[in-house]
Structure formats: C-alpha cells, structure tokens
Design a protein around this ligand. Structure first.
Ligand SMILES: Cc1ncc(C[n+]2csc(CCOP(=O)(O)OP(=O)(O)O)c2C)c(N)n1
Length: 317
C-alpha cells in the first residue's frame, strides 16, 4: 500500500467519523442546520479531491460535508458552522448547506439545485484567461441534470474549451423520485458524449479507482483542451435530509442498501490498508481522527454565537 492509499483512507475515515458524530449529537438540538449527509459517497469526495492540487477550485451542492473535509482536511471550522458559531466557515450564518473554504479552494456550495454549475464556469473561464493552470471541479447530483442551467453550462464550457471537470454523483434519486421517472432518455453519459467533452464513468466505490479516473480526466482536459464529464454512481445511505434511515418510506428497499454495504467505500479501503499497515497502526490512525473530531465538536459546542449586530454583515440586502 502506497502513501496515497493510506491518505485516501484517512480522508474517508475523517468524513465518516465527522458524520457519525453529527448523527450522535444532532438530537440534542444544538445544531440547528438541516443535514444532507454524505454517507456512502466518501470514495467520490476523497478520490476526486486527492487527484486535485491544493490550488484547484471545487464547488458543490448542499450535500457537501464530504468534499469540505476532503479538500480542507480540517474539522474545527466545519463543526463551528454546524453549531452556528462565529468561528464557523461562514461565521455561523450559513450552516451545513453553504460550506465554504476559499483558502483551501472550496469556493462555494449551494442549496439551490444546479446553481453552483454556472459559477464554476466563471472560475474556469478566468483560469483559462489568466493561464494560471488551475482546474475547477463542480460536484452535483443527478437531479441537477434536470435543470436547464446544467445543459447551458455544459454547452458553454465545451464551446469555450474550459478547463473544468463536471462531476455528476448519481445516487438514483432526486429526493424520492427515481431517475427513470424524471429522464426521457436512458443515459446521461451518452448525451454528454455528444458534446465536445471527455466523458468518463464508473460505478466503483473504490476511492483509488475514482482518484485514478479523475487524474485521467484532468490529463484529457489538458491534452485535448476540452472539459470533462465524470459520471459516478453511489448509494445514499441515509434519508435525503436528516440523519436517519428512510427505508420505511417505501421508495427504495433495505435489500438494495445491504447490497451496496458489501462495497462500502470506507470498509473497502480499510481492508486494503490493513494488508500493509496492520490492525494496530490502523487503530492508532482511527483513534487520532476520532479524537480530533470530538475535540472539534466540543470546541464548537462551547464557542460563542455571532454578535447580533453582525447579522447584516457579509450578506446582500
Ligand atoms: C432549483 C431547485 N429546485 C428544487 C429544489 C428542491 N430540492 C432540494 S434537493 C432536490 C433533489 C436533488 O437531487 P440530486 O441533485 O440528485 O442530489 P442529491 O440530493 O441526490 O444529492 C430538490 C429537487 C431546490 N433546492 N432547488
């Protein structure tokens, strides 16, 4: 196992541990923000972010805990935002759906489906114009494909040959509506292929494979001077919004979930790392991360709320 395999496991474990901590404490009703959890999706967040350089930019949706942790590798400001505290990523005013970390390249995340996509185009356009070599990656769900802005943006990016990576994370549902009930075509990837862009796809939950695919996509973007579209499948473990399971809602089955659990991304990578690291060293690594998460959470819980007079600062009114 090389260093990058261990680094990928470290990142995925940190994402999972942070969300488990949210699950354990959300019921105390001190984190007031709605939660769109990333469990099941860790290989995409970690795989893509590890393939990017620190100066590269990413943008995402309201389901962005995974990409935040993967790109920043930090959890203090993350938990402070969950608790609505002044030390949070947006000074406690935005919550889980609007995480930002511009210093680490996380430009923005947004609650409005598809809305980060045209913003990403602006960054890619600027990068191309200033020839600074930075890559822009924008993450969105299959529901964003239903928005006209996705197709307009894909067209503009292809026309202008922008250095941009579109990442569609298809979990098969927009809230409870399955893809086949919303799309009058069979394959998003096939349609994207008709545009002048590089299309790559995978249904793997192996973070090393996703990382390799992303590196291939970036090379194609640079070599062909064309955007790339990564179409990736994963299974959302928890309800659309909230911290629990929703198999009783009747729109999907627990059997399906159990099939995906067999290829759980975090466990898959752990098994690979175990072969070279051994159980004792992995346990030390995991314990260190769990302690970091608990210390971030406690610091956030005990931190100060923003002053009332700051309510109208940093906002457009
Ligand atoms: C423009 C817009 N329309 C509708 C909604 C309501 N809405 C919130 S999440 C969601 C489903 C999006 O599904 P998908 O893009 O597949 O992302 P996932 O939640 O599966 O990660 C919808 C329709 C919204 N937030 N924004």
């Amino acid at each position: 196992m090389n260093e990058s395999g261990i680094a990928l496991y470290r990142t995925m474990y940190m994402i999972r541990s942070a969300e488990k901590s949210i699950q354990a404490h959300y019921g105390e009703d001190e984190m007031k923000t709605p939660m769109h959890m990333s469990m099941g999706e860790e290989a995409i967040a970690a795989g893509v972010c590890h393939a990017l350089k620190p100066e590269d930019q990413i943008l995402g949706s309201y389901r962005s805990h995974g990409i935040y942790v993967a790109k920043t590798q930090e959890t203090d400001r993350f938990f402070a935002e969950m608790y609505g505290k002044a030390s949070g990523t947006s000074k406690g005013k935005a919550g889980s759906m609007h995480l930002v970390a511009p210093e680490a390249g996380l430009v923005c995340t947004s609650a409005i489906v598809g809305s980060s996509i045209p913003v990403a185009l602006g960054f890619a356009f600027s990068n191309k114009r200033f020839k600074n070599g930075r890559m822009t990656a924008v993450f969105f769900g299959d529901g964003a494909i239903d928005e006209g802005v996705f197709w307009e943006s894909l067209n503009f990016a292809c026309l202008q040959k922008l250095p941009i990576l579109f990442i569609c994370e298809d979990n098969g549902f927009a809230v409870h509506s399955p893809t086949h009930a919303r799309h009058g075509y069979d394959s998003i990837a096939d349609i994207a292929r008709k545009f002048n862009c590089n299309v790559l796809q995978s249904d793997s939950s192996d973070a090393e494979q996703i990382c390799k695919l992303t590196k291939d996509a970036i090379k194609l973007i640079r070599d062909n001077e064309r955007p790339a579209f990564l179409y990736l499948k994963y299974y959302r473990y928890l309800e659309h919004v909230g911290i629990g399971e929703d198999f009783k809602a009747g729109y999907r089955s627990k059997d399906e979930f159990e099939q995906w659990l067999k290829v759980d991304p975090v466990r898959l990578q752990r098994e690979k790392v175990l072969r070279t690291m051994g159980e004792d060293r992995i346990s030390v690594l995991e314990k260190g991360i769990d302690e970091q998460i608990e210390s971030s959470r406690m610091r956030a819980k005990n931190a100060a709320f923003p002053d009332a007079h700051t309510a109208f600062e940093d906002v457009c009114i």
